[in-house]
Design a protein around this ligand. Sequence first.
Ligand SMILES: C[S@@+](CC[C@H](N)C(=O)[O-])C[C@H]1O[C@@H](n2cnc3c(N)ncnc32)[C@H](O)[C@@H]1O
Ligand SMILES: [Zn+2]
Length: 355
Amino acid sequence: MKNIKFCCLNCGNSLKNNLDSLNCIECNKNYPIENGIYSFIESPHYYTDLNKQDMIQLIQDSKENGWKNAIYNRFHDKNPFLYNIILDETRADWQYMLPLNLDSVALDIGAGWGTISMPLARNIGHIVSLDGTKDRLEFLKVRANQENLDNITVVHSNIFTHPFGSQQFDLVVFNGVLEWVGVGQGDSIDPKEKQLQALKIANDLLKDGGYLYIGIENSHGFKYILGEPDDHTGLKYATYLDRQDANEISMKKLNTNYQTYTYSQCGYKDLLEDSGFSIMDFYYPVPDYKRIEYIYKLDNTNVAEFLLNQLRFTHPSSTIKERVLDLELVSNQFNGLANFPASYSIFAKKGGPSK
Ligand SMILES: C[S@@+](CC[C@H](N)C(=O)[O-])C[C@H]1O[C@@H](n2cnc3c(N)ncnc32)[C@H](O)[C@@H]1O
Ligand SMILES: [Zn+2]
């Protein structure tokens, strides 16, 4: 079991691990460890796929009947998409593209149901699963216990007030999270500023030579241009509009500000450079980063053509998917596919030579 370095939110001093709490010997502040969860500060946005009461029921059911049975009973028929999102550990298969080993320590920011943390824990030394929503971590902890994974430290904290010492992780993960960190931070706060802040925090927490992995939608994906709704708000066309226009549409249709910003490839490059990352690779996870069946580097037009043809002519699919594939094939011929995938798997490295 690796030692994770925790620091006091009050005075910055290193925290001492007692059995049921972390203590600051400098200012005497106490941080409880509740049901194995290191508890700091709730993030302002309560994120959940269920209402609170159903979530609590699901956690109880997981404890009594096993987490897999609980998930099966609740989601298999009613929400097969979410059922797969929760169950499918191959969602973290991008980990095999990184030089990780049994000494590696990772931080999974916005760990949610734990579907990225669990497969990482099977292959590396230690993982810290952080989330701002406590109920999600209660489930994650039950899941980790039942999977006999004892190399997971579960931390309840808002990423913006995290308790970690600098430069201790070999890998920091934002899988489906960077777009959410601007939510609930107050209407006067620019979501982009929060996203930048989150990436700077990731940079600070990484060791020199460590990796950042981001799985996220591309605001300019062909599917959005063809009218598929944004995955976060359900709004059509909003992702690539001017932010102010998107905000007006969001206010009109949803009565709330537009805060789940996604970007184009150039936008992500700028964000990463502005937060201290200079080395980065963009991959196309197919069909998208939420469930990766294939993954290829976006500078390889030959591989792209092979795979796109394979998908276009062998997979029966809906009209919109066929049209997306046709556009991807054409853009690939002109060396432009990198701008239009549905989502990106982004690998960035802190310092050192490229992998
Ligand atoms: C779409 S879920 C992604 C879950 C998981 N990474 C996966 O891929 O299955 C986004 C998660 O980010 C967490 N989150 C959002 N903003 C956060 C913040 N400021 N601090 C900590 N966690 C946050 C939410 O609570 C939620 O669990
Ligand atoms: Zn202190």
